[in-house]
Design a protein around this ligand. Structure first.
Ligand code: GDP
Ligand code: MG
Length: 501
């Protein structure tokens, strides 16, 4: 405690005696002493401040561990984030279940719309060949699901459109209310003023190719800052998490429920299946595929399962940060902050990634192998897998990221496998592969080598290549990989802290 009045010497207080100024102090000495005391106080205060700061920092825990998710649109970034949530905060993840119900419904309606549009195209084709057999077949391909160089194949196949019966057309008519449901759901997800959205209003629907391409290419996108989950929570009954019926009369789920049987009939119809095949459309590989579970997901008491939430597709725009606290044995019981950054949007938003680059502990890069026979929705001249390779190259070679751990997920291997098994030729799209065997083992190993080579050649300095074959819609296998990643990143962080002192 500073001595307030140094002239008073208290008997029996040795400290006061030591601190007391000498009895015959000159003015000069007094000034020097006061200056020395002031300096001592300044130092003491500074130490106190530092101790307080350290105590606060200790309360906050050590520096957070940051992981950035990167990859082209639809590569599986948001799905990976959902896996992190399921792994670290399962209760919070499940509390949001009911909100995902509307997204699943939107996905169902979208798939049905793809079928209805394919039917419209078949009708238009038959009408035109009937009235004028020489009318050339229009081949504008909504190439989301078409072969990159397969337009001519698709054209030949389209000439074999199976004709639709009156029964089909009746089904089509009965399902038309679903289109209004889609609009209602989109309106709820993107209310006026919810910020930047890329709303997919259905075009007036003349059934033209241009309309169809527009409708297929443009997808509803929600700004990551918009609390869309709250919108759907309000629609539920009080006990909805226990399977209580959704009690809002405006709930679009009612129309879906009423249309369920017709949707099932349509999806299982052999002519419709042949029609989709002829047009080169594989709905089962599209994001948000639920047509094999229509009865379940349109049930009035339906609450999405973990798997459903992982399969549900909702495109987000903007960057969102998600925080978790990890308490694991391997951290010695200390809790660590984990922050995951999900970057939504198209390639054009890649510039928005830059500010998040330099202080990341790791970048988790997703490259969906299944995209080998697809082109980008935003640029039909670019093959999706090739785009992933180029993006990977730019991340590897970025000098700002020279010291960042890069973890590669060669994703969507389930769809990749299914495509190879369906006879789609890898070498037809990835020319350098040539005519090597069209099986999973050879093709996947080839791509792993390709990505690894780029990593080796373009990294500013040598670093380890971490690569996993994943299907991030599979929670079980993904959780093992993510746990491993979390642990090793945290461990590395500890290592670097202890090395620097
Ligand atoms: N079958 C399958 N679907 C996947 C896989 N990864 C993601 N998806 C689906 O692909 C769609 C797009 O994924 P999303 O995470 O939204 O991609 P993002 O645009 O990168 O955030 C979603 O419907 C996912 O359920 C996968 O490994 N297998
Ligand atoms: Mg996303």
């Amino acid at each position: 405690m500073p001595v307030k009045n140094s002239k008073i010497v208290t008997e029996g207080d040795p400290l006061a005696w030591v601190m007391a100024p000498p009895p015959n102090e000159s003015e000069e000495q007094r000034q020097a002493r006061i200056a020395a005391e002031a300096e001592a106080k300044r130092i003491s205060d500074a130490i106190d401040e530092e101790l307080q700061r350290q105590a606060k920092a200790q309360k906050r825990g050590p520096k957070p561990v940051k992981i950035l998710l990167l990859g082209q649109s639809e590569s599986g970034k948001s799905t990976t984030l959902k896996n992190f949530q399921l792994l670290n905060t399962p209760k919070a993840f499940r509390a949001e279940r009911a909100s995902w119900r509307a997204v699943v419904h939107l996905n169902v309606v979208r798939s049905i719309r793809v079928i209805l549009d394919a039917m419209a195209e078949a009708q238009a084709y038959h009408a035109s060949t009937y009235s004028s057999p020489n009318t050339p077949i229009r081949t504008h391909a909504p190439d989301l699901f078409h072969a990159a160089s397969g337009s001519s194949l698709a054209r030949d196949a389209r000439a074999q459109h199976p004709p639709l019966t009156a029964e089909h057309l009746k089904l089509k008519l009965r399902l038309s209310p679903l289109l209004q449901v889609e609009e209602a759901l989109i309106r709820k997800l993107t209310p006026v003023g919810s910020g930047e959205v890329e709303a997919t209003q259905r075009t007036s629907g003349t059934g033209s190719h241009a309309d169809r391409a527009r409708a297929l290419d443009r997808e509803i996108a929600v700004n990551s800052q918009f609390a869309w989950k709250g919108v759907f929570h309000r629609m539920m009954g009080r006990n909805s998490s226990d399977g209580e019926e959704f009690n809002d009369p405006d709930d679009p789920g009612h129309v879906l429920h009423a249309c369920a049987e017709d949707m099932i009939t349509l999806w299982n119809d052999p002519t419709i299946k042949a029609l989709l095949r002829a047009q080169g459309i594989r709905i089962e590989d599209m994001p948000g595929f639920f047509l094999d579970s229509i009865a379940r997901v349109t049930h009035p008491k339906y609450i999405p399962t973990d798997d459903d939430i992982l399969r549900a597709r909702l495109k987000t725009l903007g960057v969102s940060e998600h925080r978790f606290t990890i308490k694991e044995g391997f951290t010695g019981g200390i809790s660590r902050d984990l922050r995951i950054y999900d970057v939504g949007g198209h390639r054009s938003l890649a510039a928005a990634w830059a500010p998040f680059f330099d202080d990341m502990n790791a970048i988790l890069f997703l490259a969906p192998l299944s995209g080998f026979d697809q082109v980008l929705a935003e640029d039909e001249s670019v093959n999706r897998l090739e785009d992933s390779v180029l993006l990977w190259k730019s991340i590897c070679s970025n000098p700002l990221l020279g010291k960042t751990n890069l973890i590669l997920f060669l994703n969507k291997i389930d769809i990749f496998r299914a495509k190879l098994e369906a006879g789609i030729q890898f070498g037809q799209y990835i020319i350098s592969y040539g005519n090597r065997p069209n099986d999973y083992d050879n093709t996947s190993a080839y791509m792993r080598r390709k990505f690894g080579q780029i990593h080796r050649e373009y990294s500013p300095q040598a670093r380890t290549f971490y690569c996993h074959f994943t299907s991030v819609t599979d929670t079980k296998s993904t959780s093992t990989v993510l746990l491993d990643i979390q642990e090793s990143i945290i461990y590395q962080n500890f290592k670097s802290v202890s090395l620097t002192g």
